[in-house]
Design a protein around this ligand. Structure first.
Ligand code: ZN
Length: 242
């Protein structure tokens, strides 16, 4: 089906609140590679889709939503984190995770490149795997490139460095566009119902209770960040040239 027709049809099924239905894991749209933006939708239709996606994200509520999550195979995502505390009132954990508010961003064709070797492990969930969480290791910093749709509808090139929780959101939403769900990347055995995750925020405790192994074993109580060693391949090639 033509993308415009699919968007029209999807928007016609909006709920009374204006929100769209969020598809759940198992729906083929979540595993397909979304299409690159090439002007498939006219300005008004793109505006209506973005508006409906923002409404859906806020109603859920969530901090990001990718078009495949509403059944649209387009490299488009909306991101917004109004829940993050301001720095002065941040609790210890928020400081460790660098969580701070993110104003609404609308991105076409986002891509990220990992910067450095610092990784942060923390609980993460997905609106398309409703009610479940996993511990997901994420790069602490990324270089994000995209075409940004501004509030007044212009499309502008974007290249920025994002860190902490914002970098996590960017990685999560961008991964959706390649058909990857966050739980695919989780620490094995860490998949739990959300209420259990909130009781296991100390990852050292989570490791002990759930029997998690690997890099998470190196985290001290209260710690979430670590540095990955150079990959075995690059070490081997260095030795080769020595
Ligand atoms: Zn998600």
């Amino acid at each position: 089906m033509d993308l415009s027709d699919l968007v029209e049809k999807t928007l016609a099924r909006r709920r009374r609140s204006g929100a769209l239905r969020i598809v759940q894991a198992g729906h083929p749209a979540l595993r397909a590679r979304a299409r690159t933006w090439d002007g498939q939708l006219d300005d008004d239709l793109l505006a209506d889709l973005v508006e409906a996606m923002v409404r859906t994200m806020r109603e859920a509520p969530g901090v990001g939503l990718a078009a495949p999550q509403v059944g649209i195979p387009l490299r488009l995502a909306v991101l917004e984190d109004p829940f993050a505390p301001e720095a002065h009132e941040a609790e210890e954990e928020d400081r460790l995770l660098e969580r701070r508010p993110l104003a609404l961003r609308v991105l076409l064709d986002p891509e990220y490149e990992v910067i450095g070797r610092r990784r942060v492990m923390f609980w993460e969930g997905c609106l398309s795997v409703d009610g479940w969480q996993s511990i997901i290791p994420r790069a602490e910093r990324v270089r994000l490139r995209a075409t940004e749709r501004t509030a007044d509808g212009r499309l502008l090139p974007l290249e920025e460095e994002w860190s902490g929780w914002q970098a996590r959101i960017a990685q999560h939403e961008t991964d959706h566009l390649a058909g990857t769900l966050c739980h695919d990347l989780g620490v094995p055995r860490s998949f739990v119902a959300a209420p259990y995750a909130s009781r296991l925020e100390d990852l050292a405790e989570a490791r002990r209770r759930l029997g998690l192994t690997g890099e998470i074993e190196d985290l001290a109580p209260g710690q979430v960040a670590y540095t990955v060693s150079a990959s075995p391949t690059s070490t081997a090639s260095k030795e080769h040239h020595r």
